[in-house]
Each structure stands twice: as structure tokens, then as C-alpha cells.
Design a protein around this ligand. Sequence first.
Ligand SMILES: [Fe+2]
Ligand SMILES: [Fe+2]
Length: 189
Amino acid sequence: MTILEAKEFLHSKMESVNLRRHCYAVSVVMGALAVRLGHKEDREKWEVAGMLHDADYEVTKTDTAKHTHLVLEWLKDHTADAEIHGAILAHGWNYVPGNPQPKNDMEWALYCCDELTGLIVATALVKPDKKLSLVSVESVMNKWSQKSFAAGVDRKQIELCDEKLHIPLRDFIEIALTAMQQIAPDLGL
Ligand SMILES: [Fe+2]
Ligand SMILES: [Fe+2]
């Protein structure tokens, strides 16, 4: 599955522009993480996993137990790639009952960056022009420390980047921010 096919697939399953933007953000960050972690040859695969990880969210948001499992069912006719399937499943480790713990770079990358994209978007939205270009790593780090800011963002999930991916938090934020800035118009920021 190419990244364009993945985007088309996402659009066929998800109407909400904001939810789609979350998927674009996670996808572009996954591409950057693939390169950083030495998986450049699999970059597109990582991007596809990011694009699709929440594809069923509009349908499953009131039935969390089905989240990720429905995506996999839908994907049967599109890709049998076990790594993509595994990453989608493991991103729900902490909130979909019975989903497996991440076990490799790709799975941990998706797990750790999922929430971070939300913190970066929230940081951009309190800037005067709501522009991602005005966001710095320092401003995200400041918001990180304010636990009441974007309180729903699970900091513990993000900071596993250090232990599981050997990327210090500050670098992890920089990689994600830089990647998201490259597609800022697609993110409406
Ligand atoms: Fe999810
Ligand atoms: Fe997500």
C-alpha cells in the first residue's frame, strides 16, 4: 500500500477533518522516525501505519473494544503487511482491552508519537496566529511541564521514547515538530 492509497483509504472511512489531520500528523512523524531510527527503506510503510492507525475511530469511538480491530478487518483486501497490522494493534495497548504491548521500533514509534502530535497541535493553537511555524521545541517543552495544559495528553506514553527508542524527549519533540511543520497547511496550522 502506498501512502497515497492509505490516505485515500482513510478518507473513505473518516469524514472529520480534524481526525484526518491527526492521522496526517502521525504519518509524517512516523516517516521522520523511520529515518532517525535507521529504517529509511521502510519509511513509506511507517507512514502508512501512521496514516491508518485510527482509521476506524469515527465508527469505534463509542465502542473502544473494536478500535484497531475494525481497521484490520477493513485492511484485509488492501494489505496483508503484518508489520502495519502489528503497529496498528499495539498503538492501542494502553486503552483497547487485550491489545498487545509494542515490541519493535515501528510499534514503539507509533505508540510514543501518537499523543505528542496532540501536544504540538495544542501548543500551536495558543500562538497568536495559531501557526505551527511559530512553535519552538522550547515552547512545547514549557507546555510539557504545565500538567494542566492539554491535560488529556499522556506524558508518560510519550516519554517512553527515551527508554524504548533511545531518543531523548527533547530530540523526540524536535523530530516530530520539524516533520509536522513540513505539512503545516495540511494540518490547518
Ligand atoms: Fe487510536
Ligand atoms: Fe492516534
